[in-house]
Structure formats: C-alpha cells, structure tokens
Ligand binder design. Structure first.
Ligand code: NAP
Length: 418
C-alpha cells in the first residue's frame, strides 16, 4: 500500500540555498520573467518552487548572449576549456547529495537512482574535459601533386539544447559537455516539470568560472514552450539544435529547423521489444525484464515496452515475473530508502498508462498484477497477459510501469511481428 497520502508534511526539499535557483540564467545573470510557474513534487502534489516563466524575449536575449560569448569562447584554448569543464565536474561531485535530492523532488525518481544520475551526469563533464584536448585535425593524401588537404575541426556556434524531464541533469551535461569542449556556446531549455536541476547546473557552472553567456538556461512553462522553441529553432544566430524527447516533438523541431538549415541531433522515443524464446533461462529472462522495465517507474527511453514470449515458456515466465514484482517493487516517495517505484512525472503520464490498461482489458487482456491508478500520479506496477497486437500498449510507447505480455505461437499468422 502507498504511505504518501495524508503524510505530505514528512517530505520537504532540504537543499542548500545556492543550489535552489528559481530565475533564468542569461549572460551570467539571474533573470526574472513577467510571471512564474510552479514546480511540483509529483509524489505529493506539493509545490516545491516557483520558477521564472521565460518567454520569447528571454530566449532571444539568451541566444544573443550566447552568440556574443561564442566570439571569444571559440578562441579559448582547448586546455582552458578542459580546465573549466573539469572544475564543473568537481563541483557536481562535491554537491552530489543536494543535486540528487533536487532530481528526486522534481521528478519523483527514487534517491538511489537520482544519486546514480548525478554520477552519470557529472561523468559527461569529466569525459569531455578530457576529450576537449583531443579535437585533432587530419592530413589527407591529396590526389593532386600541388595540393595539400588539411582537416580542421571547428565549433559550429550557438547550440540550442532542449531536454526531457526523465534525466533532468544528465541529458543536459551529455549535450553541453560536448558543445563546450568543442568551443560552442549553448542555450538550454529544460522540461517544464524539471527546471531546478538545470538551474543548479547553471549555479555550479558560474562557480566553476565558465564565462558569462557560454551556458544559458531559459526555464519555461508548457504554455511558453512553443514561443521559446520557436526562437531556439529558427533564430539565424543558432547554428545547431540538440534535442532529446518524444518523436512528435522532434518532428516539430525538425520542421522549424529546416528554414535556416540548422545542424540537428535528435534522440527520440522508443518502443523496445523484449523477446523470450522457449530455450531461454527463465530466471535470467525475468531478472532482465525487471531491470529493463522498472527503472524510473518505466520512464526511460530504453525501457522495454512490449514483451514477446514464445508459448512454451509463456506461463513460467509470467508466473515468475509476477512473483519478482511482488518481491522487489515498493511504491513510495523517492526519498524513502525502501522505495523502488516513484510516481509518474505528472497526471497526464498516469492517465496514459491507465488508458492503455483499460483499453487492453476491454479487448480481452487480463490483469495479473496491479492495474490500478492510485492517488496523484502513482500507477501500480502492472502485469498484463493475453495481450494482442490490436491493443494500444503494443502500438505506442507507454513510459510507465506496464508489462504487456504477448504469447507468440510458432507458425501462427497472427503472432506479433518483431
Ligand atoms: P517531450 O514532450 O517531447 O518534451 C521534451 C522537451 O521538449 C521538453 O523540454 C519540452 O518542453 C520540449 N518541447 C515540447 N514541445 C516543444 C516545442 N514546440 N519547442 C521546443 N521545445 C518543446 O518529451 P517528454 O515526454 O518530456 O520525454 C519523454 C520522451 O523522451 C519519450 O518519448 C522518451 O522515449 C524520449 N527520450 C528519449 C531519450 C533518448 O535517448 N532517445 C532519452 C530520454 C527520453 P515542456 O516540458 O515544456 O513541454
């Protein structure tokens, strides 16, 4: 059972003040906007902060600042950039506990996973601080006697960085570490649900001595997102867009980027199959399924989404998987040490899983474990059997703790296609 209802006062975000930033960060300054938007703890629904709701004007200021800073940052030496990235890495490591608490309170992720994310997030800064020194060029044998061919690697310019809420710190450093190492400058737009981790990164970037305008953050609400996105994807001063998020949003950004032919990197949604053949070791298959499905309550892009299991092993697999779910999964607030399953990020995310479960049941699936929506955005880890390919959960990404298991019969024309 869930112990969060009526015990909201037990959970309060206790993070050292300098890391709890609520303004945008543009050109090395903390900036307000015309309004603010609330950041909620998805486990309790409590407001944990109010953050500046940046719009097109602040986004444009950030792009201009990044462009101005690019003129000098691109001339810094690889060694200078390397030293600054290393300092930033050291500061993330020093403030690991506070940064992890921010992730847990704004995204719902269990603290153990948040600590792992901070380590992962910092590792990109460490990696690129080292790679910054190794951006070698090349000399290519020329087909003509009177020519020499040299390849130089040069920074492209301002990069717009648009990131999702499920890894609120690591998705930023993964992109920004590479950009800064190469000599680019950036404007980051974090997800509405998780701006605090991005702003804490800005605070530590400043402490590390990263020059004004090199790293900018424009937090905004979902209402302002299209206007901010428009600036970040169409402004002629932006050379590159790096995005991680859903396929639908990726298509919108690609269209906007086309007019000024920007360079783009897109990491989009998933629909990963998990396949178990009759010959499999069922215990290993079950532990693989647990690891690949339930991390971050099923909200990672590499979470298995549909389970295709051959008929000879089907019953043993679902029986053992159900028992493993009973034994290993504990729902709760991410800051409780025994919690393995936090809430989903928001009500819409829980609505989607609930809808997939009811659609599957209406089409003949049976619920073997879970199936219920609990208070707020909590959703029980759910095991569905007798799943068929006409059900929504086999067609679209779930992004939640749902295991739909399809029985695959050799020679059956209706068997799920892999
Ligand atoms: P999303 O809705 O696409 O949001 C991602 C980011 O895009 C958020 O910051 C969002 O802002 C922003 N955005 C939405 N519309 C925009 C617009 N018109 N202009 C500019 N920015 C815009 O994705 P999500 O639901 O947060 O994240 C889950 C998805 O990400 C899943 O599909 C998952 O598979 C994918 N993902 C992929 C990877 C990977 O490595 N391939 C990693 C993690 C996640 P708002 O929050 O304000 O809407």
């Amino acid at each position: 059972s869930l112990q969060i209802q009526n015990s909201q006062d037990r959970y309060s975000l206790d993070v050292s003040a300098p890391l709890l930033r609520t303004q945008g960060y543009v050109d090395g300054r903390w900036v307000s906007a015309a309004s603010v938007f609330p950041v909620l703890d998805p486990a309790t629904g409590q407001e944990i902060a109010r953050v500046a709701d940046c719009g097109a004007a602040e986004a444009k200021q950030a792009v201009d600042a990044a462009y101005k800073a690019f003129q000098s940052w691109k001339r810094s030496t690889a060694k200078e950039r390397s030293i600054l990235l290393r300092k930033w890495f050291d500061l993330l490591t020093l403030h690991k506990e506070d940064l992890a608490r921010l992730i847990t309170f704004e995204s719902g992720k269990p603290l153990k996973e948040s600590l792992a994310e901070v380590t992962y997030s910092a590792s990109f800064l460490e990696w690129f601080s080292e790679e910054a020194r190794r951006v070698y060029g090349d000399i290519v044998p020329s087909p003509l006697r009177d020519r020499r061919i040299f390849l130089l690697k040069q920074p492209v310019g301002v990069a717009s960085i648009i990131t999702p809420w499920n890894f609120p710190s690591a998705m930023i450093t993964r992109k920004v570490g590479a950009a800064l190492a190469a000599g680019c400058t950036v404007v980051v737009k974090p997800a509405e649900d998780t701006p605090l981790s991005a702003l804490a990164l800005a605070e530590l970037a400043e402490q590390a001595g990263i020059p004004a305008g090199v790293f900018n953050v424009v937090p905004c609400s979902r209402e302002e997102t299209p206007a901010v996105g428009q600036v970040l994807c169409t402004d002629p001063l932006v050379a590159k867009i790096s995005f991680t998020g859903s396929t639908a949003t990726g298509k919108v950004l690609l269209k906007m980027a086309a007019d000024t032919v920007k360079k783009v990197s897109m990491e989009l949604g998933g629909h990963a199959p998990f396949i178990v053949f009759d010959s499999a070791d069922v215990d290993r298959a079950v532990s693989g399924a647990m690891a690949s499905k339930f991390r971050n309550s099923g909200q990672t892009c590499v979470c298995s989404n549909r389970f295709l299991v051959q008929s000879g092993i089907y019953d043993r697999f679902v029986e053992k998987l159900g028992r493993a779910m009973d034994a290993e999964l504990r729902m709760g607030h991410g800051s409780d040490p025994q919690t393995t399953q936090g809430p989903l990020i928001n009500q819409r995310a829980a609505d989607k899983v609930e809808q997939q479960v009811s659609d599957a049941v209406s089409r003949g699936a049976s619920v073997l474990r879970g199936g219920k929506r609990l208070h707020g955005s909590f959703m029980e880890p759910t095991l569905l059997v007798d799943v068929s390919t006409d059900m929504l959960c086999t067609k679209e990404e779930t992004f939640g703790p749902l295991v739909p298991v399809l029985r695959s019969v050799p020679g059956d024309a209706r068997r799920p296609s892999v």
